[in-house]
Design a protein around this ligand. Structure first.
Ligand code: NAD
Length: 368
């Protein structure tokens, strides 16, 4: 098998997880890393995420067949400009991991034009609120979309070569134009983050006058605001490198809110019903109901008391099944049961689980 030298700049959550994924399928590749702080560099070495690490960005760049920039967007652009000044290996592939693409691709096309290098923008679409090499996880990108945004510097075969390097990630590769990527992610990711943070801010301010606000906030509110815990610096740079698309989504939503306000003012119950019904029907059609190519409909619901070891007992009973997800839907009343939602990959395991839990416990089991 051909050996390659992969250089990953930024050994955080994304860079560290990419390194682990690359090594999974290519243990013969040499993976070199850069990190400015000692902490993630040392963790990356201790965990075997990289073979060697440096605090000098330029040091390993000259040796690499593939350079992956997994640092914040602004720094990615700065590093592309630095790479343009270096005597890199001929035909090296330079790529990145930034959450917005057009600014990075334009910067690369400007800085690297005429150089004997290749560039393809990338966005591995999985993440977490955790950061640093300590959070690196070989399974992070499994079944996630890994987006390539080709540019004038993406020679034929570049994306195929990257897909081979990244095969151990278990990701789903897809190509899209950089500007279109930014428009689509403004709708499904960037704008929802603004909404979540805005809702959180609104509820917090409201709780100053209405102290039960914090207490009553439960499942629905929690689901809507989960992503308000995301990393503020990263989200600032995402919005500032996708201004136009994000502002357009904000403006569009203002009109939608005004429309709902008018329906309520006018007590237009048909319109309000239709508003909710349309959302309900369309949500069912979206891909969010599918994970990794299979429907996540093999769900079992168990009413469980808030007692020690209940969840462990149930999980123990389900050992050996194709269980893929467990979620606790807490109720907002302390005196009633919570609902444990357990998802399986196939219908046989769902039936088996229903039978085994019903036989061995008194808990109410429901399949919807
Ligand atoms: P992270 O905080 O875990 O890691 C960032 C890394 O960049 C760290 O190693 C840090 O030391 C380094 N770094 C930060 N500022 C630097 C600077 N000025 N100079 C040199 N190094 C610097 O963050 P992450 O989640 O791994 O994000 C890395 C990239 O991946 C970002 O471009 C982000 O937009 C993108 N991304 C993040 C997610 C996510 O959910 N976390 C998902 C997809 C893509």
């Amino acid at each position: 098998m051909e050996e390659k030298i992969i250089y990953i700049a930024g050994l955080g959550l994304i860079g560290g997880s990419l390194a682990l994924g690359i090594k999974r399928d290519h243990p013969n590749y040499k993976v070199l890393g850069y990190n400015r702080s000692d902490q993630s560099r040392n963790i990356a070495l201790e965990r075997g995420i990289v073979d060697e690490a440096t605090a000098d960005f330029k040091e390993f760049a000259l040796l690499a067949d593939v350079i992956i920039l997994a640092v914040p967007i602004k720094q990615t652009i700065a590093f592309i400009k630095t790479l343009a000044e270096l005597d890199l290996k001929e035909n090296v592939i330079i790529t990145d991991a930034g959450s917005t693409k057009e600014a990075i691709v334009l910067a690369a096309e400007k800085a690297l034009a005429g150089r004997p290098v290749r560039f393809v923008g990338s966005h591995p679409m999985a993440g977490s609120h955790k950061s640093g090499a300590i959070a690196a996880d070989v399974t992070l990108f499994e079944n996630a979309y890994y987006i390539f945004t080709p540019s004038s510097l993406t020679a034929d075969g570049t994306i195929e070569e990257m897909q081979d390097v990244l095969s151990g990630l278990g990701a789903r590769f897809i190509e899209i134009d950089a500007a279109e990527h930014d428009r689509v992610t403004s709708q499904i990711s960037h704008f929802p983050h603004i909404l979540a943070a805005g809702l959180m801010e609104q509820a917090w301010d409201y709780s100053a006058e209405h102290e039960m606000t914090n207490r009553f906030a439960a499942g629905g509110f929690r689901d809507m605001t989960r992503i308000a815990e995301s990393e503020p610096r990263m989200w600032t740079s995402i919005l500032l490198t996708n201004k136009e698309a994000v502002l357009e989504r904000i403006d569009d939503f203002k009109h939608r809110l005004d429309r709902v306000a008018t329906m309520i003012e006018e007590s237009d119950d048909d319109a309000i019903w239709e508003f909710f019904n349309h959302a309900k029907a369309k949500r069912k059609e979206m891909e969010i109901h599918k994970r990794g190519g299979f429907d996540s409909f093999y769900d079992l619901f168990v009413d469980v008391p808030d007692e020690e070891d209940v969840i462990l007992t149930i999980l123990e009973l389900l050992r050996g099944t194709s269980l893929v997800n467990v979620r606790i839907n807490e109720e907002n009343r302390e005196d009633i049961y919570g609902i444990l939602q357990i998802s399986f990959k196939n219908a046989q395991d769902l039936q088996r689980a229903e039978q085994v839990i019903t036989t061995n416990t008194d808990y109410k089991v429901t399949i919807k």
